[in-house]
Write a protein that binds this ligand. Structure first.
Ligand SMILES: [Zn+2]
Length: 123
């Protein structure tokens, strides 16, 4: 735990094609930030820090819609996304892809049920 304010770096819209969304919480960040800091919401299970490979499998460039969660406690979006505990930042509305199996197991071990965001889509 470091610092009391957990906030994601809000990426600029410039070069947004390079941005990646976390497959678990849909947070959008620059891949370099994922690699440098991990995902501020799910680093505990994703373990992307310092691993480009993990970033590649745990995040995706295939996401639609961007919402910004300014106040995760109050935002209706946060409620709808069930992200009340998430850091403020930019989130994708829909993310295509699936978290790696080991992450799913890690969540399982914590009693968290993974809800894929792409269940209505066929690749
Ligand atoms: Zn995440």
């Amino acid at each position: 735990m470091e610092g009391s304010t957990a906030a994601a770096i809000i990426p600029s819209t410039k070069g947004s094609k390079q941005l990646r969304a976390c497959l678990l919480c849909s947070l959008i960040q620059h891949p370099l930030d994922f690699r440098k800091y991990g995902c501020p919401n799910c680093e505990e299970v994703m373990q992307m820090k310092n691993s480009g490979d993990r970033v590649t499998v745990c995040t995706t460039t295939h996401f639609d819609g961007v919402i910004s969660v300014i106040d995760p406690e109050k935002s209706w979006v946060a409620k709808w996304q069930r992200t009340s505990k998430y850091v403020r930042g930019m989130y994708a509305i829909r993310v295509r892809g699936r978290i790696p199996e080991d992450v799913e197991h890690a969540l399982d071990n914590r009693g968290i049920r993974y809800r894929p965001r792409d269940q209505n889509e066929q690749e």
